[in-house]
Design a protein around this ligand. Structure first.
Ligand SMILES: [Zn+2]
Length: 646
């Protein structure tokens, strides 16, 4: 372990540089976990602090707009799931009575992943939703489930808690087929920890510690080699949750357990900056890297930084679709810079986990490119994956002409149902960050920030991306100078700022922050214009598939809903059927953008131009029930393209 005393001294020296208003709240705030209301002690276990760092979830209120609407849909779905059905298989496994109707899908009594959502993701989602909204009735419901699961753990008597018997772990140790027992345990541990962190539920922490102790005792006698073999079976973010338990409790044994959950064959090449991801299951591995990020923050070992930083750049640079998503048939199938699309491209969990990782990358670096990626993925890969009843997608099919499919309320419960529940509970968590000098406005989402520790209230009014820009009003101003750092996105083509209606002679380059530092007054209003333009993006390694963006927004050709039945939309993990016929574009070169034109008079309405047929295009996040094309097949007029290349 690094020398803590040296670090604390360094911190104390740093603290003198801070404005008095910020000093009182503690400098080394735990970036992930020190969000417990009322806790003021600095998170000394964090050896690498985030600068900038997020506000606590309850400090950022969403205001009416598409993001709040999406969260409301999710909130209604969380209320819909009955506790006795969620707890049923935990009770049966613990030998306790239960007459509830079992849930179906991946929570069904014979499915080996049961418990991942009902005792895991669900608790995380409720905790995050409570942190964001203060929904007391949802909190009470989640407390009830924590109670019920604690009774199950007590009945097992050894810390174990699961909706399947411990024999699954015997199978894992013996190399017999079993789905992913540690993956499921990770969700249960994280769900309980989130209930502690965001809701202050002490019993949930006790349950998590009891279960973590069981994991420690189970893994302890296993040799390194045997453990490495066991880690080839998906285990989620077991390393991450153990680091987080350490961050909360200070018990070093959790660091030791976290280190046992490191797959050498995956981490070693990343550490050496080699992309050997081809052939790996994507969502098995992204959570392990989030664990590496937490390892870096809590141990300051550069190895973990190299793993997380290199991986993030590799995925976002070489292995992402125009939507920001990654994976095809759940795998990275090709060498870097080469991708394919199909009915099962872009597993939703991958987008969720990449956004989680992106927060760490941004926290370490303040790199605007991280927030460019966050915006791209949030708006294009995440927002459209939930429908109006709060039901979520599994795969986002990027083969041209397919459609979106969603879970059924009680009979699907895919991994992506669970991560989606969490995602749409925490839509407010990245809009604003801050450092000792001021606030970062990362995302353009209607919201209000209330930061009494900075004597600041800030309101953001925008219908972005329908509106090409945003407006910020200082509702309550601090007495001291404060910097408002506004993100100028990678896609911005020019742009401008106004203060109280008067143009300001400053702006910044694409993919940067423009910083307005002044003594603000109540009612000051900053308007930022961000003109959008059409720009094409080909699939990595395959210019014969091309997507069109307008500013940050992926556009999708809308081929209508005539061919889509309710049965095709609900219950299937992907669109298993015939795609609509999507015309092949006739183009001169890959970055040509004039094959789409804007329809005047309506925001974000477009159509194909100069092609064999006219097809309407809309933002992909708006296309929920039609057959669509994000990527279009393209044919290039050979001579002209060759001529251009020469
Ligand atoms: Zn998934």
């Amino acid at each position: 372990m690094p020398d803590r005393r040296a670090f604390v001294t360094q911190l104390a020296a740093g603290a003198a540089l801070l404005p008095a208003a910020l000093r009182s709240r503690g400098y080394a705030q735990d970036p992930v976990l020190d969000t417990i209301p009322g806790r003021t002690a600095p998170g000394h276990r964090e050896l690498v602090s985030w600068r900038p760092e997020p506000f606590r979830n309850h400090q950022v209120a969403l205001r009416p707009g598409l993001v709040l609407t999406a969260r409301n849909h999710n909130q209604a779905y969380l209320h819909l799931l009955p506790n006795d059905r969620l707890a049923h298989m935990f009770r049966i496994t613990a030998g306790l009575p239960s007459n509830a109707e079992p849930l179906g899908g991946w929570e069904a009594p014979k499915v080996e992943l049961r418990g991942h959502l009902s005792g895991g993701h669900y608790l995380s989602a409720c905790a995050l939703m409570y942190a964001a909204t203060g929904d007391e009735s949802l909190k009470r419901k989640a407390y009830g489930l924590v109670d019920a699961l604690a009774a199950c753990q007590k009945a097992h008597g050894n810390g174990y808690l699961s909706a399947f018997p411990v024999s699954f772990f015997d199978r894992l140790r013996e190399g017999k087929p079993v789905w992913a027992p540690f993956y499921t345990l990770h969700k249960i541990l994280a769900g309980h920890l989130d209930m502690y962190v965001h809701c202050g539920n002490e019993q949930a922490l006790k349950t998590a510690e009891g279960l973590a102790g069981w994991v420690g005792r189970w893994t302890q006698p296993l040799s390194y080699d045997l453990m490495q073999r066991i880690l080839l079976t998906e285990y989620g973010g077991m390393n991450e949750v153990m680091y987080n338990l350490y961050a909360v409790t200070g018990k070093e044994e959790y660091v030791a357990i976290a280190r046992r959950f490191e797959t050498a064959s995956f981490f070693d090449p990343l550490q050496a900056h080699r992309d050997e991801l081809k052939g790996l299951h994507a969502n098995t591995h992204i959570p392990q890297v989030i664990g590496a990020a937490r390892g870096y923050e809590l141990t300051r070992e550069p190895r973990y930084y190299n793993i997380a930083d290199y991986f993030w750049h590799e995925i976002t640079g070489e292995r992402a679709y125009a939507t920001g998503g990654t994976s095809n048939n759940e795998y990275w199938q090709h060498d870097p810079g080469h991708m394919a699309v199909g009915p099962a491209s872009e597993e939703c969990c991958c987008g969720y986990n990449m956004l989680k990782l992106t927060r760490h990358i941004f926290g370490w670096s303040g790199d605007p490119a991280a927030m460019d990626y966050y915006e791209r993925t949030l708006f294009n890969s995440r927002l459209g994956t939930q429908e109006e009843h709060g039901l979520k997608q599994y795969y986002v099919a990027l083969r041209p002409g397919l459609w979106r499919t969603f879970n059924t309320p009680f009979d699907s419960f895919w991994c992506c149902t669970g991560t989606g529940m969490e995602e749409f509970s925490k839509m407010n968590d990245t809009i604003y960050f801050h450092d000792q000098h001021g606030v970062y406005v990362n995302l353009f989402i209607a919201s209000e920030l209330n930061a009494p520790e900075m004597n600041l209230r800030l309101r953001q009014d925008t219908s972005f991306p329908e509106q090409e820009g945003t407006a910020l009003t200082v509702v309550a101003a601090p007495r001291e100078e404060l910097a408002l750092n506004l993100r100028v996105p990678y896609w911005a083509q020019g742009g401008g700022l106004k203060l109280n209606g008067q143009p300001l002679p400053v702006f910044s380059n694409p993919s940067s922050y423009v910083s307005l530092r002044r003594r603000w007054r109540n009612g000051d209003r900053v308007e930022m214009d961000l003109p959008m333009q059409l720009h094409a993006e080909t699939l990595h390694g395959n210019p014969e598939l091309v997507a069109m963006m307008y500013g940050p927004v992926c556009l999708a050709g809308d081929f209508g809903k005539a061919g889509i039945t309710q049965k095709m939309r609900y219950g299937n993990s992907g669109p298993w059927g015939q795609p609509a016929k999507v015309p092949t574009l006739q183009l001169d070169h890959p970055d040509q953008a004039n094959w789409v034109e804007q329809v005047r008079g309506e925001p974000l309405r477009f159509q194909l131009a100069g092609q064999s047929q006219t097809v309407p295009l809309r933002p992909f996040y708006q296309v929920r029930d039609s057959q669509f094309a994000v990527y279009w097949p393209a044919h290039y007029k050979p001579r002209r393209w060759r001529g251009r290349q020469a």
